[in-house]
Ligand binder design. Structure first.
Ligand SMILES: Cc1cc2nc3c(=O)[nH]c(=O)nc-3n(C[C@H](O)[C@H](O)[C@H](O)COP(=O)(O)OP(=O)(O)OC[C@H]3O[C@@H](n4cnc5c(N)ncnc54)[C@H](O)[C@@H]3O)c2cc1C
Length: 487
């Protein structure tokens, strides 16, 4: 008989959270901590969503999305997770760029970028200062008509090299383009520039393990291998979810599943106003990614001077289309030294990431798909040879992920790596006005994606849900979920 992953589940919860990505995990933790009865349902066999890892023989562990996030993660993790998690966040000190326009190493913060822009790029100090101040002053309620491209043109007219330095890492970090609203760039860029780029020491497996333990401590009922098929709603709002063939009643759902999948697959468009459905249909998905994971043989090492994160490109100019092209010219290499997992085996690994179009991978025959994957691996190793000479002979494990892989493991439509484009945020926020008790927390709108964006969006939505539950007096919770949501 197949295992019953819902064994022991109750028939009713105050809140059901669908999906254990960082936003879903965080919302569940805050609501559980506040005393609400919370059920967290994840379709995959482990928690974390895109913040995940996998193992390969010879003790190799590869992280999928542990490449870098802003300093703000420390504060968010301390407040909404634990001191222990916050204390494991460390800075990456060597961020490198190598492309036909420039090669440099930076700590990727405002002071160092000011130094580079004024000395190496020859930009007047006054322009640099006012650019940083403008970017830092941007917020969600600002005018959204100016594009990132226009913002750059205003401060650095005709300077494609400067645009490349400022934009290439952010495009990699959240898939945003020069055509997106400038605020999506300004907010994310300023978050990084505050202090630099950080990662979690111990690896994603350690982080997610600690999050799982914290959820348990806070009374959240966590279930894996539980694929939610339907959110049942009627004119009074959310009533239940259907999962693994069972109906579980609830007054509130927080969906961490892809926004469009939530609306069109889990609820159904007939349950929403016509205008809202039209608006939701217009929401564009963000792009997807490919990755190549390379594990080094025991005893093989990489010099620390190689850097932590390397934005490499052979394209003569910075162009968004080139970053997405199947003919890859830009790769971001993450180098994992033994210090990434200080308690683990002393191993080195490299992960290469590239933004990608789902359409380039989705409809290939099995043979073409496998050949394309092999080509991705071969060309990546060739490109890495420049930075780690002899890499072909140093690795004993190599594998690759494509947009199909991301779609398969997270159910993100078209394998979207960063949820939806900017317009997704308004649609996500409007869900409870359409259906009482229906919320969405997860990568939307560029700002609310990435590790920090997803966690913070989980906080914001948990706060909304807590207020709604307290107002209804439905749950036996003791108090407010979150003292504050701003970060
Ligand atoms: C290759 C790559 C590299 C990245 N690198 C970085 C980086 O360096 N720094 C950074 O900050 N961000 C990075 N990101 C982005 C970051 O990982 C994501 O933005 C973030 O983890 C998304 O969190 P989320 O809460 O939106 O949920 P997701 O991680 O998207 O998780 C959603 C969860 O919902 C589950 N689910 C979906 N449907 C159902 C259902 N019907 N029933 C049950 N469960 C369901 C899925 O299985 C999944 O676990 C990267 C992303 C990719 C793809």
């Amino acid at each position: 008989m197949p295992k019953d992953f819902l064994k022991g589940c109750q028939d009713f919860y105050d809140v059901v959270v669908i999906g254990a990505g960082l936003a879903g995990l965080t919302a569940a933790n805050i609501l559980g901590r506040a005393g609400h009865k919370v059920l967290l349902l994840e379709q995959h066999y482990k928690l974390g969503g895109l913040a995940t890892w996998f193992r390969r023989p010879k003790s190799h562990i590869f992280d999928i999305s542990l490449h870098g996030f802003p300093y703000g993660m420390i504060k968010s993790c301390r407040r909404y997770w634990s001191e222990e998690i916050a204390n494991s966040i460390v800075q990456l000190e060597k961020i490198r760029f190598d492309n036909p326009m420039f090669s440099l190493t930076t700590t990727f913060n405002r002071d160092d970028f000011t130094r580079l822009l004024t000395s190496q790029f020859g930009v007047p100090a006054e322009s640099v200062k006012s650019f940083f101040e403008t970017a830092r002053g941007m917020n969600f309620f600002d005018d959204q008509s100016m594009t990132t491209g226009e913002l750059f043109e205003k401060f650095f007219p005709g300077r494609e090299d400067v645009v490349r330095l400022l934009m290439e890492p952010i495009t990699y970090a959240n898939g945003s383009t020069l055509e997106d609203p400038a605020i999506t760039y300004g907010i994310v860029f300023s978050n990084f520039m505050a202090k630099g780029v950080f990662i979690y020491e111990g690896g994603t497996d350690d982080l997610v393990g600690k999050m799982g333990a914290e959820l348990k401590r806070n009374g959240v009922d966590c279930r894996i291998n539980c694929d939610v098929e339907k959110i049942e709603v009627d004119r009074n709002g959310v009533q239940a979810v259907v999962v693994n063939g069972r109906r579980i009643g609830c007054g509130t759902v927080v969906s961490n599943s892809n926004l469009k999948a939530t609306i069109f697959n889990l609820v159904g468009e007939d349950k929403f106003d016509r205008g809202f459905v039209d608006q939701a249909r217009e929401v564009r998905l963000n792009n997807s990614s490919t990755q190549v994971y390379m594990g080094l043989k025991e005893g093989c090492t990489i010099e620390e001077s190689t850097g932590d994160l390397l934005f490499s490109s052979t394209a003569p100019l910075f162009r968004t289309e080139a970053l997405l092209s199947r003919d890859i010219t830009s790769r971001t290499f993450s180098f994992y030294y033994p210090r990434t997992r200080p308690d683990g085996k002393q191993q080195f690994a490299v992960v290469s990431s590239t933004n990608a179009n789902y359409s380039d991978w989705a409809n290939l025959s099995e043979q073409d798909y496998n050949e394309s994957k092999q080509d991705l691996i071969d060309t990546t190793l060739d490109a890495l040879e420049k930075y780690v000479p002899g890499i072909h002979d140093m690795i004993d494990t190599v594998d690759a992920a494509t947009p199909n892989t991301f779609q398969h493991y997270t159910k993100h439509l078209s394998g979207a790596s960063f949820g939806t484009k900017f317009e997704g945020l308004g649609v996500s926020r409007a869900l409870p006005e359409q259906i009482p008790g229906l919320y969405h927390a997860g990568s939307v709108g560029i700002i609310m994606s990435g590790w920090l964006g997803a966690i913070n969006y989980g906080v914001i939505v948990a706060n909304d849900v807590d207020q709604q539950l307290m107002k209804k007096g439905r749950s036996g919770a003791a108090g407010s979920a979150t003292p504050a949501t701003s970060n």
